[in-house]
Design a protein around this ligand. Sequence first.
Ligand code: UD1
Length: 367
Amino acid sequence: MHLLHVVGARPNFMKAAPVLRALAGRSESHGSALRQTLVHTGQHYDAAMSDVFFSQLEMPAPDVNLEVGSSTHARQTAAVMQAFEPVLIQLQPDLVLVYGDVNSTLAAALVCSKLGVRVAHVEAGLRSFDRTMPEEINRLVTDQVCDLLFTPSPDADENLLREGIPPARIYRVGNVMIDSLVRLLPKTSEHFPPDISAPYALVTLHRPSNVDDLPWLRELLSTLSALSERLQVVFPVHPRTRQRLREIGEVALPPRLRLLDPLPYLEFLALQQKATLVITDSGGIQEETTFLGVSCLTVRESTERPVTVTLGSNQLVGRDLKLLRAAAEEILENGAGLKSESKPHLVPLWDGHAAERIAEIILRSTA
Ligand code: UD1
């Protein structure tokens, strides 16, 4: 059997790594002939956004790199489709796996469905119900054209069923990104950045709705500056955000608001684990903080990961900076009240074994 995995952007890597590993393990233990091909679209290409994740996650090097790079949505999606189609025709895999909700996910899924190649979506069914988010369009279309849908939580199953997906295609397996976290958490202590000490707030912002709106980005920065009077604020800056900050021009930032380059997986996980609070607009970080039991304030109006709010430690603050300040104050006043020993298994199936369940289902379904 020949399986082909497509990854393209940073959040794909921690999702694909455990699935590749679980399938390789299955193949070894069953002595079955399983061939795996890894295609990197090149959507993310900086060493700090890609290579370092491959090495820390101990992923095999990509067999094929489509080298599409950055562009507008249409151009980037089209570039992946054009470059991936001949690869798919040449390799003729039995099943393709796509991950998450980035442009590479949608592009690869569309190419497969047009060529009649079976395709599976890992992290299916998530919905923010906000169609101004490019990722929401990617999720909706990808799920419609995929043959196997691996979901992380019951809300995802419900979304798919409501959209008319046949129940037989849906498999609730849990959260593969948490598999990577569980496996690598013991290694993080060696990777804690030496020049940072607790207490600190950890910040990531890269959504177009936050960073492409320059007056809003300025307001966010001034809120973070004010927060840095209370505790150190550590902000690894995504390339998109770095570009927007350059457009804003010179802004005097207080010394306790520290802008860093993007961090590798283990360094970032180490910082998350020890943070007093996390402020983010990322989807994955809402999940990781939920698992770690670290208080998270999400600067978005909606989330496609509602279990992080209902079962976890996440709070949506939307575009209300007064609420962001008040919620941060509350966390500082009451200590890390959301942390508890029982956190790690709070969300069912976020247990470090999601990829093994996927491997089992794939091997059964293609047997
Ligand atoms: C993409 C995903 C987003 C995901 C994010 C994680 C889509 C629609 N968006 O957003 O869902 O949360 O990745 O990081 O797929 N750039 C570099 N180096 C790189 C990659 C990008 O400098 O290695 C810069 C380029 O200037 C580029 C900009 O970042 O124009 C944005 O990159 P792009 O891949 O278009 O979207 P992201 O904002 O990274």
